[in-house]
Design a binder for this molecule. Structure first.
Ligand code: AMP
Length: 140
């Protein structure tokens, strides 16, 4: 499948549609997952047009992991998470639903099961508050 430049994350990257942004640098963007599986669920994207792990430039992969590590620190601190999952899907059969590479940074809380993947929209005000907390906890 060829990369679709009008996929929803490409449109967020271009600023055509809004997102609850938490961090941006020259190579990556992080924002709140709109259908979070736990409080603080954050996505990290490369700014380059890669569909999945197979066409992602290795230097951009390194940049995404670096930002993902920062996001893991931030969500753990902001939400007092007991653990953090980094997850990434490639291809519909593997569970990918948006075809611009992204890393899920998913806080885990003892005794609280994950919500379903891309199941229900969170309230905008809640996501805004969560984004604010993550921004405040982002490592220097
Ligand atoms: P995946 O299934 O790994 O491709 O994940 C796509 C993720 O993007 C899911 O967790 C969705 O909840 C999330 N998502 C879809 N549309 C948006 C959006 N407009 N803003 C933020 N997150 C989104």
């Amino acid at each position: 499948m060829a990369y679709d430049p009008n996929n929803i994350f490409a449109r967020i990257l271009r600023g055509e549609i809004p997102a609850w942004r938490v961090y941006e640098d020259e190579r990556t963007l992080a924002f709140m997952d709109a259908m979070p599986q736990s409080d603080g669920h954050t996505l990290v994207l490369p700014k380059s047009p890669a569909e999945n792990i197979f066409d992602l430039d290795p230097a951009m992969a390194a940049a995404v992991i670096q930002t993902g590590q920062q996001a893991a620190h931030a969500v753990r601190q902001a939400f007092k998470a007991d653990g953090v999952m980094l997850v990434q899907y490639n291809g519909p059969v593997a569970g990918q639903t948006v075809f611009h590479f992204h890393l899920h940074v998913v806080p885990r809380y003892a005794g609280i099961p994950l919500l379903g993947h891309a199941r229900s929209m969170a309230e905008g005000a809640v996501l805004e508050e969560h984004a604010r907390r993550i921004r405040a906890a982002w490592p220097a």
